[in-house]
Design a binder for this molecule. Structure first.
Ligand SMILES: NC(=O)c1ccc[n+]([C@@H]2O[C@H](COP(=O)([O-])OP(=O)(O)OC[C@H]3O[C@@H](n4cnc5c(N)ncnc54)[C@H](OP(=O)(O)O)[C@@H]3O)[C@@H](O)[C@H]2O)c1
Length: 214
């Protein structure tokens, strides 16, 4: 589903594979396709994946026991689930409460706030890792009309609005990591630079979310 991404990443990190935490997903309509995807991913990443996730809860009743078996065999370290659609959040929240999971991937940015109400409390209660998808609103947060970054964010190391958005999500202590997608190496470097503390205090997070929602 992500083209050549896994193969290219696997080749790039092969020389220092032990230092890298790899997260990937399986998105299949049939058990046979799921098995093929799992085998391909493990092949790309030296026979192991640190976090394997069930994409959009597809084939979840088959895949969770399957991925847990891979954990017991040492090929996978952690198991997670993902969903992008708030309509699926009740089902996702129920799974987080009742299944043996390590992580959840959910949409999170200063204007997509449903995850904060419906999923983050249960993720915290269950001690799950949280991966924030669409942290730049699929690019829609960055229209060019945002003006200069707020001085309080600049003082905490943000040069661009992309960095403000990423740091906004990462400043929630319940969030482990964010997943900004990019086709550009300069954007990847800019985005990675936002992954370090200092974090935004709650009042600044609230002000940034207010500005973006106007
Ligand atoms: N159900 C699911 O599990 C699910 C669903 C959707 C997404 N996801 C995950 O979430 C990840 C991110 O999602 P997404 O691609 O939808 O949204 P996103 O990361 O919020 O936005 C990506 C967009 O932002 C732009 N961008 C990135 N860095 C930038 C920067 N520094 N300055 C300006 N523009 C920048 C990119 O354009 P450039 O290429 O020009 O940088 C791209 O158009 C995906 O890779 C996927 O893993 C998961």
């Amino acid at each position: 589903m992500y083209g050549e991404a896994e193969r290219v990443l696997g080749d790039a990190i092969a020389p220092f594979r032990d230092e890298v935490f790899v997260a990937t997903k399986v998105w299949a309509e049939t058990e046979g396709e799921a098995e093929r995807q799992i085998a391909r991913s493990l092949g790309f990443f030296g026979g192991r994946v640190e976090l394997h996730q069930v994409h959009n809860l597809r084939q979840v009743d088959y895949l969770l026991p399957r991925l847990r078996r891979l954990v017991s065999e040492g090929a996978v370290r952690y198991v997670g689930v993902t969903h992008y659609d708030p309509a699926a959040f009740p089902d996702l929240a129920r799974r987080l409460r009742t299944e043996a999971l390590d992580a959840v991937q959910l949409p999170l940015n200063p204007v997509a706030r449903r995850s904060e109400e419906e999923l983050l409390p249960v993720a915290e209660e269950r001690g799950l890792g949280v991966l924030g998808m669409q942290p730049l609103g699929t690019g829609g947060l960055l229209t060019g009309g945002e003006g200069p970054v707020p001085p309080e964010a600049a003082a905490l190391g943000c040069r661009t609005w992309a960095q403000v958005a990423l740091k906004w999500s990462l400043s929630d202590p319940r969030v482990s990591v964010v997943l900004p997608a990019t086709t550009r190496a300069d954007h990847a470097q800019e985005n990675a630079a936002a992954g370090e503390p200092p974090w935004f205090p709650p009042a600044l997070r609230a002000e940034i979310a207010r500005r973006w929602s106007r």
